[in-house]
Design a protein around this ligand. Structure first.
Ligand SMILES: Cc1ncc(COP(=O)(O)O)c(C=O)c1O
Length: 389
């Protein structure tokens, strides 16, 4: 019998079924009390004053930027080594994503390069805690304060992180989270935004639901009352079914983070003995451990992926630097070579199977297959006749 290795598997089960059944037994499927309960727990976990449940992290980034006044003609500084949604949210506001290259040792935005990218049009900095490791938020906050810029954190990969004594969202105007199918908390599709600023929270509340002053839950609680549309809003409100899926997972958040940390350490034990491999440096503090990524020689990377996939080991690439995508190239004129560190990491990186309940022997199998593939590819390369000119 062959072992089926999975890239990710959610751990939703009986607790989530019971929780969803409770919502289905009640009258309100859309945004209501269950969303409110989740928002409270999530805000408490992060130590933030306000949390709002949303349908995605992308929506959270979009309305955060809008709420902070970002619009056409503005610029937002971000990283090219991220998922496209980070920069797409800037474009959705009519603003321009201005990329800054990343640190070679972590892949996170290089705070040391941010100031040089600031122009009179810059309104905000949008750091991404890549793979779950936090950016240098103290440095970014200091720059933002000097230039009166907002900070919106893309924390799609990082709920549990801590660095230099700060948690996610602590030094930002808002932080946005994803509950997409493979994230550390998931309801299939979903997201949240947190903030300590009550005015910003009130604005975000309007922006997530059409700019309406009353919701379906208000109507159910208070009966019909006149309402107004005060601003142009979007349709990003989390519903009670999504919240019901998330609520029981809050009890497992810490345990699952510890399980992922153990698996990461097991990977490191294996990988440190394999030639030709490196990986993002782990800094002091707490890594949110969303993805487990390694770096290989870019010339071998695609062959390594092919070999492992042919053995039934699923892999991903997170990420090809996004200024290379046609949209960002064609819309803003970005060119290959502009952000060489992000490009090199993008060409080197492989994400390995990684999720809390991953059996430890699957880590051993993946690492073993990786060792064999690299040994074989390096041997093949040595055997190729040297080019002569
Ligand atoms: C870094 C990053 N930002 C933003 C997003 C968008 O999240 P969502 O799918 O919840 O909109 C993702 C999703 O994978 C992501 O990885």
């Amino acid at each position: 019998m062959t072992t089926k290795i999975e890239f990710f598997r959610h751990d939703l089960g009986d607790a989530e079924l019971r929780s969803v059944a409770e919502v289905l037994a009640g009258p309100i499927l859309t945004t209501g009390e269950t969303v409110g309960k989740f928002e409270q727990l999530f805000a408490d976990y992060l130590g933030r004053r306000h949390a709002l449940g949303l349908t995605s992290c992308t929506g959270g980034l979009h309305i955060s930027l809008l709420a902070l006044g970002v619009g056409p003609g503005d610029e937002v500084i971000t990283t090219p080594l991220t998922f496209i949604a980070t920069a797409a949210a800037v474009a959705e506001c009519g603003a321009k994503p201005v990329f800054v290259d990343v640190e070679p040792h972590t892949g996170n935005i290089d705070a040391g390069r941010v100031e040089a990218a600031i122009t009179p049009r810059t309104r905000a900095i949008l750091p991404v805690h890549l793979y779950g490791q936090m950016c240098d938020m103290h440095a970014l906050r200091a720059i933002a304060d000097r230039h009166r810029l907002a900070i919106v954190e893309d924390a799609a990969h990082c709920i549990e992180g801590e660095r230099d004594g700060v948690r996610v969202g602590e030094l930002a105007d808002t932080a946005c989270f994803s509950f997409y199918a493979t994230k550390n908390l998931t309801c299939g599709e979903g997201g949240a935004v947190v903030t300590d600023d009550a005015d910003l929270a009130a604005k975000l509340r309007l922006l997530r639901l059409h700019g309406m002053t009353k919701t379906a839950a208000d109507r159910a609680r208070e009966g019909f009352q006149p309402w107004d549309m005060t601003i142009l809003g979007w349709k990003y409100n989390m519903d009670n079914i999504q919240a019901a899926l998330l609520l029981p997972q809050m009890d497992r958040l810490e345990r699952n983070a510890d399980l992922r940390e153990r698996l990461a350490q097991r990977y490191y034990d294996h990988l440190s003995g394999i030639e030709g491999l490196s990986w993002p440096r782990v800094l002091p503090g707490r890594h949110g451990r969303h993805l487990f990524t390694i770096w290989v020689d870019p010339q071998l990377r695609n062959d390594v992926i092919r070999q492992l996939q042919s053995r039934g080991i699923p892999l991903l690439v997170n990420y090809r630097a996004i200024h290379q995508h046609a949209f960002f190239r064609d819309t803003y004129g970005y060119r290959p070579g502009e952000f060489p560190i992000a490009e090199k990491i993008g060409e080197s990186t492989i994400s390995l199977p990684f999720y809390p309940a991953m059996p430890e022997d699957h880590v051993d199998i993946v690492a073993g297959a990786l060792r064999e593939a690299l040994e074989q590819l390096q041997e093949n390369r040595q055997q190729q006749p040297a080019e002569t000119y």
